[in-house]
Each structure stands twice: as C-alpha cells, then as structure tokens.
Design a binder for this molecule. Structure first.
Ligand code: 5GP
Length: 127
C-alpha cells in the first residue's frame, strides 16, 4: 500500500512554523532541531522538508537533490556538534525508526543523532 502523509503531524507543524523548535541547521531541503526529550547530551533530529513518512518512502520517492541535501545535512550537523570520528570526535549513533515494529512516534521521516556519551547496546534486549 502506498504511503499516506498526515500533514497534521508535529514535524509538519514545526516545518510550517506553527510549533517552535530549537533549530540546529536549515538547508534547502532539510531542517535539524533538538529533540524535546533528549536521550543523550546531544540529541538532534534531522528531517527532510518534503512529505515523507519514513526512510524507505524517502529513499524510493525523493528527488536526488532532496536525498543529497538531507544526507549532507546529517553530516553537517555531526561536524557542527564536533562528534565526527574523522575529526577526533567521540562518535554518535544515527537512528531512524519506521512503522509499528520500529516504534515510530512521529510519521514524518527523521533521523536521530545521539551523541555526547557512550550510547550503549544497539538494541535493547526483549524483556
Ligand atoms: P520517533 O519515536 O518517532 O523516532 O521519535 C520522535 C521524537 O520526536 C521523540 O524523540 C520525541 O521526543 C520527539 N518529539 C516529539 N514531539 C516533539 C516536539 O514537539 N518537538 C521536538 N523538538 N521534538 C519532539
């Protein structure tokens, strides 16, 4: 089934300026802002400006310009935070949740950049 984008989701409202955010970076096709409930000393969300629900939706349907810009925006935020291992930063984790099993809360593609401490195991063991 094709994706249906809900333009009332919180990130769509942030993009329209209806809800404030703490902006980290803005490019032609992407916006980065701090997570409202940070799980690490650095917790930045990077979103495309286009109406994409999750990563596979974006990867298959976004334009090349959007994909390049979004990917580079993630790199720029890592550089801005000083966490890139290539410049002696301590590293980071990228997470992009999708759908029910991915436990995606907001149905607008976003990548979490988590850094500033050891982020721990990749996936929590089932309880
Ligand atoms: P998900 O579970 O969909 O991958 O993550 C959604 C993220 O959005 C969560 O980490 C949550 O804290 C964050 N979030 C939810 N509402 C807001 C908001 O209004 N502003 C900001 N900056 N982050 C939000």
């Amino acid at each position: 089934m094709p994706y249906t984008y809900d333009d009332q989701n919180i990130f769509a409202k942030i993009l329209r300026g209806e809800i404030p955010c703490t902006k980290v970076l803005e490019t032609d096709h992407a916006l980065a802002f701090t997570d409202i409930s940070p799980k690490a000393p650095h917790h930045v969300l990077v979103i495309p400006k286009g109406p994409y629900v999750c990563h596979d939706h974006f990867a298959l349907h976004a334009t090349d310009a959007e994909i390049v810009d979004f990917t580079r925006a993630i790199g720029k935020v890592c550089a801005q935070l000083g966490v890139s291992p290539g410049t002696q930063g301590a590293g980071y984790r990228l997470i992009s949740n999708a759908g029910t099993d991915g436990v995606q809360e907001v149905p607008h593609l976003h990548v979490h950049i988590l850094a500033g401490r050891n982020i721990g195991p990749m996936v929590m063991a089932p309880s």
